[in-house]
Design a protein around this ligand. Structure first.
Ligand code: SF4
Length: 352
């Protein structure tokens, strides 16, 4: 069986033509899957029954199944998807309103970055997802939408480091943004990374126009090396240089994510270091108060500490927001559902 979502539309067309079938039929199948949210060939009612049977015998639409589905009172829904090899990944649907629905997707099973405060990194990286699996996350979540709701944004902020799997991610995003695909604006796609300079450079040179979010969490290398061990390989200065190049080549302002950990990186001196680092850059800073993960020693900062941190950045002339993520009480913290935790855990911490 051929995994259908691993094919491009052009490849699917080639398959039809090679089998003596009209190429336009490929476009019909594509539209049913991506735009009409069909779950099976049987639903593709403008295809002849004989062709539907032929496709059914040759192609597999879904390679994942929903192992767990949680819903929060604020409309957030989280899926734990089981892959063909039994591995599991998480993805989340967030609703602002009917016209603004965001999916947060994973790119790897687990993660090798080992961020000290993150549930996903605890067990390391098992494998990369293939592009069809990444696309399937979006489609599984899209099928949860009501008839009047539309997928408007994608954030690549779930499990894994996206820049280590660009070869699979970029084709999946090409379908997400294609007019024949999900038709989501490139400007509404956010790729979140710990800041791998080589990967940022590749995105910048591709001029892909996606929004880039760098999870910084500390301005000084000594502390960042502890919180984000991957930092030891390149350091903050190289990340900033890559982010500057990204802005120069794409014209897109970079966002820096900063998870605030009580007593660790939330002190006034940390805010001043961050202000000094980013001063003069056209950057946006998202400050994210930490939500504790079972088994990890980090605590949520006091509201007063968060307010003081933000105030120092704002007084330095930086654009700063406090971000509270949705999905309370469904184990929405990245990696928790996969590990069988988090029924009462609040929201995603990772910023990546
Ligand atoms: S925060 Fe992101 S990059 Fe860091 S370990 Fe977790 S998933 Fe990986």
């Amino acid at each position: 069986m051929i995994p259908l979502l691993e094919q491009t539309l052009a490849e699917l067309r080639d398959w039809f033509v090679a089998h003596g079938l009209p190429g336009y039929r490929a476009g019909q199948v594509w539209k049913w899957l991506l735009q009409k949210r069909a779950a099976s060939f049987d639903e593709m009612t403008d295809l002849p029954a004989e062709l539907r049977q032929q496709l059914h015998e040759q192609f597999q639409i879904w390679t994942t199944h929903v192992a767990e589905h949680r819903t929060a009172g604020d409309g957030t829904e989280k899926l734990l998807l089981e892959l063909h090899d039994g591995e599991r990944v998480e993805c989340v649907l967030l609703r602002d309103d009917k016209q603004h629905c965001t999916v947060c997707i994973s790119t790897q099973v687990g993660c090798a970055m080992g961020c000290a405060f993150c549930a996903t990194g605890i067990e390391g990286c098992v494998r990369n997802l293939v592009s069809g699996e990444i696309l399937e996350e979006m489609l599984q979540l899209q099928r949860l939408l009501g008839a009047n709701e539309r997928l408007s944004h994608v954030v690549v902020m779930g499990m894994g480091e996206p820049l280590l799997n660009l070869d699979a991610l970029l084709p999946a995003l090409a379908v997400a943004t294609g007019r024949d695909g999900l038709n989501i604006s490139v400007r509404r796609i956010t790729i979140s990374t710990v800041g791998l300079p080589a990967g940022i450079g590749r995105l910048a040179r591709d001029n892909c126009q996606y929004h880039l979010a760098v999870s910084l969490h500390a301005a000084a290398d000594a502390l960042r090396n502890e919180l984000v061990p991957a930092n030891r390989g390149f350091g903050v200065a190289a990340i900033l240089a890559a982010a500057d190049e990204y802005f120069e080549l794409t014209g897109r302002r970079v966002t820096f994510e900063y998870v605030l950990l009580a007593g660790v990186n939330d002190q006034p001196e940390h805010a001043r270091q961050l202000a000094h680092l980013l001063r003069g850059r056209p950057a946006l800073i998202n400050v994210i108060p930490y939500n504790p993960v079972p088994g990890l020693p980090y605590r949520r900062p006091l509201p007063a500490a968060t307010a003081q941190f933000v105030d120092i950045l704002a007084r330095a002339g930086l654009n700063v927001n406090i971000r509270h993520r949705k999905g309370d009480r469904i184990g929405a913290a990245c990696g928790q559902l996969r590990r069988g935790e988090g029924r009462d855990a609040p929201d995603c911490n990772s910023g990546n």
